[in-house]
Design a protein around this ligand. Structure first.
Ligand code: CIZ
Length: 322
């Protein structure tokens, strides 16, 4: 897009189309600011799932990654679910294949499976309860203390839940490539530069970073924290897309994004121009792709009906327990 006039035209076209087609645009906090700004609703995956279920729109455009669009389709199989870029996948969801989870379950027949929402529909179909980072602690605390649990795919989140709940869940060895690459060195440096700042971290970060944090929570919880805090400066350890909403909500406060480790900051042999830690898959979606997919109703995300039936149960269970 060349200039702001082109952008304005595109926004007008999208607004016209969404009205004509009775479409709703949902966006995750990790999306580009332009997508967050045009969306009917912005939220974390729990809020997006709830919104998808309650809307009476005929088309749902999910500005997020594939598992979020799949979750919406599972909750609303009669609606058309579109995603601006079909290649917007999730490294964490990809770290747990259904066939590998099936083998893990066979090795632990007396365990129940709790899966993080960042999973494919096939993995959800093998799961007893889905959780998100907003509700994981609340849900695990409702399960009987002697219940043996397999938790996946995020090892850091599982480790954090074990610490907080006193459980001994067996953990899958997966990680989000964005949250696991935050630089400890840079965090220590930033803490020295901003001694008054509160450090806010997502539980998908490594334990060593969580130990240096003042508050740990989901994107929604981090956003609520900055809105209600009387503090002025925050160092943020989650995908830097959240800074857009934080800045909009609290324009007078200062938000500092922690960069990734230097090696992760090199893309195609060149250093990244931005020092923020961004998910390249989340950022595959943009305004032009949103327009194209809405105009042509392309990039439809479908889930086979038998899979919908199986994957719906653990999501419903989560919604009823959270
Ligand atoms: O649950 C979500 O939306 C993710 C991926 C992160 C968070 O904490 O909101």
């Amino acid at each position: 897009m060349n200039n702001s006039a082109d952008k304005k035209v595109l926004i007008e076209k999208i607004n016209k189309l969404r009205h004509e087609k009775n479409a709703i645009i949902l966006a995750h906090y990790y999306q580009l600011p332009e997508l967050q700004d045009i969306a009917d609703f912005v939220g974390d995956s729990l809020a997006l799932a709830r919104k998808a279920r309650e809307t009476d729109a005929s088309i749902l455009v999910m500005c997020g990654v594939n598992f979020m669009a799949q979750t919406a389709k599972i909750l609303c199989p009669d609606k058309k679910v579109l995603i601006p870029d079909i290649n917007a996948t999730c490294s964490l969801a990809d770290s747990c294949r259904a066939e590998d989870l099936r083998k893990w379950k066979e090795q632990h027949p007396d365990y129940m499976v709790v899966s993080y929402v960042n999973t494919s529909a096939e993995v959800k179909a093998l799961t007893d309860i889905v959780v998100t980072s907003s509700n994981a602690i609340k849900i695990i605390n409702q399960l009987p203390k002697d219940k043996k649990i397999l938790f996946g795919p995020d090892h850091n989140l599982g480790d954090y839940i074990n610490t907080l709940t006193g459980r001994n869940m067996q953990l899958w060895n997966g990680a989000c490539h964005v949250h696991s690459r935050f630089s400890l060195e840079e965090l220590i440096k930033l803490k020295k530069e901003h001694p008054q700042a509160k450090v806010l971290a997502h539980p998908e970060c490594k334990r060593v970073l969580l130990e240096l944090s003042d508050f740990i929570g989901s994107t929604e919880a981090l956003l609520n924290y900055v809105k209600t805090s009387s503090e002025y400066e925050f160092i943020v350890l989650t995908e830097s897309g959240i800074l857009h909403k934080m800045t909009q909500a609290c324009p007078d406060k200062l938000f500092v994004a922690v960069p990734p480790e230097t090696s992760a900051n090199i893309v195609d042999g060149k250093p990244m121009t931005c020092h923020c830690n961004e998910c390249e898959y989340m950022r595959l979606n943009n305004l032009q792709k949103l327009y194209k997919c809405l105009e042509n109703e392309t990039n439809e995300v479908d889930v086979a009906p038998e899979l919908v039936a199986q994957a719906l149960k653990p999501i419903e269970k989560m919604l009823s327990m959270s």
